[in-house]
Ligand binder design. Sequence first.
Ligand code: NAD
Ligand code: MG
Length: 390
Amino acid sequence: MRKISIFGATGSIGQSTIDLIARAPDAYDVVALSGGRNIAQLAADAIALRADVAVTAFEDQLPALRQALAGSAVQAAAGPDALIEAAARPADWVMSAIVGVAGLAPGLKALEQGATLALANKESLVCAGQLLMQTARQHGGCLLPVDSEHSAVFQGLVGEDISAVERIVITASGGAFRDWPIADLPGASLAQASSHPNWDMGQRITIDSASMFNKALEVIETREYFDVAPEQIEVLVHPESLVHALVGFKDGALMAHLGAPDMRHAIGYALHWPERRDLPVARLDLAAIGQLTFRAPDMQRYPALQQAQQVMQRRGLMGAVFNGAKERALDHFIAGRIRFTDMAEITARVLDQIETQSGLIDSAMTLDNVTQIDHMARRAADAAAAHSIG
Ligand code: NAD
Ligand code: MG
């Protein structure tokens, strides 16, 4: 039986992972599940999957979790240290599906014990890509991408040499506002930004899709994961979300990966890799679909894409600055304190400020330094948000 743990088990990716695991319960020995405030879901899944331990990220939720697990054999734990302790428990395969930089420390810990880390938590690659890749190499662990685009690229590279790659094209749906007049974007409401045309995902990544912060993170993720130069990475708007990515080779061949917009494909690929197994995803009927459309992204509509270039040029800790500022700007937008378009203005300001004024930006990439610069970026984003409100 394979020992597995799922971090962020109560979220959209976590629940899709559980859906796949629950179809073959005898194949898996579940070690740890983690969640946040959805204690009923966390406890129900932990009991059904006979996990050793269920961890909530929030200490104030421990009594509720203990109560929900009463009478079962599942241990209850809470808080960031408990997450790391759970990640240190031996497991063969670990799903990293916490949202935000909070997923970084547990992911690193899982790699340190030699696990295969299925990485949905793109923020950790953006903040600390070199550290994660190096940790995986050092401990014989393995990092598998669980983002539809990156899974598609990874699949396109099977049997190929990365030196034969000329370019990597990741597609973007264009999000909720792809056809809005740009002048209307400042007035976009939270409800409008929280509805995705093609994918059913957590609220934060859905809003990040409307602003293309998600695609900006994914461009950086591509750079870190596949170690290609920034100039080799392209973004292509593809409203149907059926082609997930394309790999262009030196001989001019362009290999596309197509599939239904269902994350169980990328999750299942990482779960069974290097094998391919039957997955409960819809099969595409291209004759019925008829046509696929593509267009270049409008950089004025999506300033985050330009900011990704700035981050990749500087590299090092700039990814953590960008992500930290983005996470706080998103918090302020969700709380109704700033407008939709203020988010990219805040990240632009924080990037410029920390790049030119902080000595810390040139420090080594350690978990401590990433954490420090993340806090610095969050404080700078709060100050910039106060300015937007004023
Ligand atoms: P979600 O909001 O649905 O779930 C997030 C999970 O993280 C929940 O289990 C929540 O309890 C937990 N969590 C939240 N804050 C936490 C904290 N501070 N500490 C510890 N745990 C915390 O998110 P999601 O859509 O499932 O996305 C998860 C990750 O996968 C993100 O990094 C996202 O970018 C990435 N991703 C998601 C999709 C998708 O289709 N949903 C696709 C590609 C990549
Ligand atoms: Mg994606």
